[in-house]
Design a protein around this ligand. Structure first.
Ligand code: GDP
Ligand code: MG
Length: 253
């Protein structure tokens, strides 16, 4: 059990490299904490060290790593499917998919022709830096890759776990309520971009888009915000523009 957030992360995770390899990791087996606070500090301290290791690897290979976080169903995989399809001629992509169970999302990414590794966290409700190290070992990423890490759907625990990413992107969809930035401030505070997805549904749901932007800016005044719909395609160009502005290499085509 991960004492930091009460989930079962790390006790038994499975990593599926492109659906071929299957690896089980067992950790914390001999970990008997005296107090919850000590363990929490220890878990996050260890995670931060490993995240810095990942960050160094990414910097050395000029890999742009983006950590996508949201509630389940906000549209993370849909956004990736669109992005990978629309920009694959211009950028080198790879994806790490995080979910408790199934390779459903990895299958969707694989269908776009993109290199993908699935991490199943079991009962764990977030990815951590150690899981990313193991995933990276099997991926053999090329220099200058844009690496998307789709985190487990959860607006709470993934906020605490640095994966070594360059930027964190939080996605909220218009069916979730415009108060979410105030209810889950850590996630919005630690992100550099907030994507408001499913704007095609705005006529049908009571969601005040100005209010959600105001709430998000209250938590994080420097947060970039992009409204879009993966279904209609409206606003996607703004996201592509933001993404390309973060890439430090010339496009391949
Ligand atoms: N109406 C609408 N549905 C969307 C949009 N984006 C995603 N969805 C749907 O929302 C559901 C969850 O999307 P998914 O990408 O799996 O979300 P994830 O759990 O965050 O990866 C799926 O049924 C998608 O088709 C959108 O822009 N508009
Ligand atoms: Mg998904």
């Amino acid at each position: 059990m991960c004492a930091t957030c009460g989930c079962d992360s790390g006790s038994s995770i499975s990593i599926h490299h492109e659906h071929h390899e299957h690896e089980h990791l067992h950790e914390h087996d001999n970990h008997h904490p005296k107090t919850v606070i000590d363990v929490e500090k220890d878990v996050l301290y260890q995670n931060n060290l490993l995240a810095e290791r990942n960050r160094g690897y990414f910097e050395a290979k000029n890999i742009l790593a983006l950590n996508l976080v949201s509630s389940p169903g906000s549209g993370k995989t849909s956004l990736l499917e669109k992005t990978l399809t629309d920009l694959k001629e211009h950028l080198e992509f790879a994806v790490i998919e995080g979910d408790q169970q199934t390779t459903n999302d990895a299958d969707r990414i694989h269908a776009t022709g993109t290199k993908v590794t699935q991490i199943n966290t079991g009962k764990g409700c977030h990815l951590d830096a150690h899981m990313i190290i193991h995933a990276l070992q099997g991926m053999k990423l090329k220099d200058n890759t844009v690496l998307f890490i789709e985190n487990v759907g959860n607006l709470v625990c993934p906020a605490m776990f640095d994966l070594g990413e360059k930027e964190r992107v939080v996605i909220i969809s218009v069916t979730e309520g415009d108060d979410k930035p105030l209810k889950y401030p850590d996630m919005f505070y630690s992100s550099t971009l907030c994507i408001i997805n499913k704007t095609d549904l705005l006529p049908y749901v009571p969601f005040n888009i100005e209010k959600v932007k105001e709430n998000a800016k209250k938590v994080n005044p420097s947060l970039d915000i992009i409204e879009l719909s993966c279904t209609s395609g409206e606003g996607l160009q703004q996201w592509y523009h933001w993404l390309k502005s973060k890439v430090l290499v010339p496009e391949t085509a």
